[in-house]
Write a protein that binds this ligand. Structure first.
Ligand code: SAM
Ligand code: SF4
Length: 476
């Protein structure tokens, strides 16, 4: 396909669809780029520029092994230069799996008669949040099927319930949402409950493929979902998360779709997405998917590296859908948030009995990393990474924090690393075993060295002491 400059440009207008698959394919069908061009694009990204569609396609169109290695090295360098050592931790909590849609890949779909349906009641939400707090979690994402019972008012109520639960020294300080797209009024209602990020994944950006995977229910409307986060922005939620479910269609097309979505939000609202998610399709109950678009481990690592370079200022989320060895590998290329201690069976956090690992009918899909929060923290510390539960920016109204981390000189040194240290200190005092605590204090000392010159070092030390004496939730 020949690319005709100017031919495909859809003008970005708020609430108007913006994906032109012909345009995306015209970039992806260009000839393989020269090494010089690939290096030019990597250098632009290292200079902290968000890449255009054309530039992203350059990185996707090379199959030269040497260039692929340089792309990965570029993503690694960008991550080290911009984000440092911190990894933000959270846990997903499934509130209910009733669903009126029929997504072919999902165990919760309406036509799956095997699925065991459940919605947590208020008491169950409380006991589950208590169990999460007893483990040391501070940040949750609540997940819902798409169903008339899960109205904006209901979602807002569950969010408020979660914030109310305080067990021992524990509390949840940030509640994000992954739920069906809402209308503007609905988004306003959930915003008032004090949510963090609202995530909606487009699943596949390819309209035809989308149609096949979503044969019925409200989710069948591609355009309504595509501009759903425009409506969130119109409602005043400027903290939104986008994502694609990799394995439904050509992975390179989906990367282009995510970059195009980012451009659209920037063009219309002057702010890109807060986070990008790139879940890879996992086995699910009554799952019936053509393996044609399966994404191999090597392709997965590549796509994360390209995304990191293409959208250098956005937080990237990697979940326990991936096994430990892939999670560890991909962390090097710019992932900034991971879940830990994850259970996706509804109500499972407060279950005292051992998990029934075979019961796919209670889960949306199968997860592949079942390590506890403490084990994940322990292994991050082993690699001298700094686990963080920081929620300071959003609570102080410093929204768009990823953008600030990225673009405001010294922001990481002034805020992110000290706050990561303070939240880790809380965890070490309240929840960690002896060995994890020993490693943790060492990592804190090492990371203090890395922010040498930080004006408030004495204050940071005083705050650590205050935490040791029992004070909580102090931040810069
Ligand atoms: N029901 C809402 C929706 O579809 O937007 C919100 C939550 S849905 C439970 C969360 C996400 O899980 C979906 O957006 C989809 O990307 C992902 N998902 C569904 N089935 C999956 C599977 N088999 N493997 C991996 N991820 C899956
Ligand atoms: Fe329902 Fe979401 Fe699953 Fe689709 S992905 S069947 S909308 S829970």
């Amino acid at each position: 396909m020949k690319f005709i400059p100017g031919k495909y440009k859809i003008r970005d207008e708020s609430m108007k669809p913006f994906i032109d698959s012909e345009e995306i394919w015209s970039y992806l069908k260009q000839e393989a780029p020269s090494r010089e061009r690939v290096r030019e694009v990597i250098a632009r990204s290292l200079d902290k520029k968000r890449l255009s569609l054309e530039e992203t396609a350059v990185l996707l169109n090379t199959s030269d092994p040497e260039m692929i290695e340089e792309i990965k090295a570029g993503a690694k360098a960008l991550k080290e230069k911009v984000y440092g050592n911190r990894i933000v931790l959270f846990a997903p909590m499934y509130i209910g799996n009733h669903c009126s849609n029929n997504c072919r890949y999902c165990g919760f779909r309406a036509s799956n008669r095997e699925a065991i349906r459940k919605t947590l009641n208020r008491e169950e939400i409380i006991t589950n949040v208590e169990a999460l707090e007893e483990n040391g979690q501070k940040r949750l994402i609540l997940v819902y099927g798409e169903h008339k019972n899960y109205s904006p008012e209901y979602i807002a109520e569950t969010v408020k319930t979660v914030y109310e639960v305080k067990k021992g020294k524990g509390e949840i300080r940030r509640v994000n949402i992954n739920a069906a797209p809402l209308d503007i009024e609905g988004y306003k209602t959930v915003k008032e409950a004090g949510i963090g990020t609202y995530q909606v994944f487009q699943e596949t950006y390819h309209p035809k493929a989308y149609k096949w995977y979503h044969p019925s229910g409200k989710k069948a409307d591609y355009d309504y979902r595509l501009v759903s986060l425009d409506r969130a922005m119109e409602a005043g939620i400027d903290d939104v998360g986008i994502g694609a479910l990799f394995g439904l269609y050509d992975w390179r097309f989906e990367v282009m779709g995510l970059v195009r979505h980012t451009n659209h939000l920037e063009a219309c609202y002057n702010v890109g997405p807060h986070t990008i998610s790139f879940p890879r399709l996992q086995n699910a109950s009554a799952y019936d998917i053509d393996p044609k678009y399966t994404v191999s481990d090597e392709e997965f690592i590549r796509l994360v590296a390209v995304l990191r370079l293409a959208v250098p200022y956005t937080g990237m989320i990697l979940t326990a859908r991936e096994p430990k060895h892939i999670r560890e590998k991909v962390l090097e290329f710019g992932v900034s948030q991971i879940d830990a201690g994850t259970k996706i069976e509804i109500g499972a956090y407060s279950d005292k009995k051992p998990p029934n690992l075979q019961d796919l009918n209670r889960e949306q899909f199968r997860i592949n990393d079942e390590r506890s929060l403490n084990d994940v923290i322990d292994e991050l510390l082993e690699k001298n990474m700094l686990p963080s539960f920081c929620t300071a920016c959003y609570r102080l109204g410093r929204t768009g924090e990823h953008f600030m981390e990225f673009s405001v000189p010294g922001f990481i040194k002034r805020y992110c690393t000290p706050n990561a240290i303070l939240t880790l200190a809380e965890y070490l005092v309240d929840y960690a075993g002896e060995e994890t605590a020993r490693k943790g204090w060492q990592v804190i000392e090492q990371n203090k060295k890395q922010i040498e010159g930080f004006r408030n070092m004495d204050e940071l030390d005083r705050r650590i002491e205050r935490i040791k004496e029992g004070e909580r939730d102090i931040y810069f």
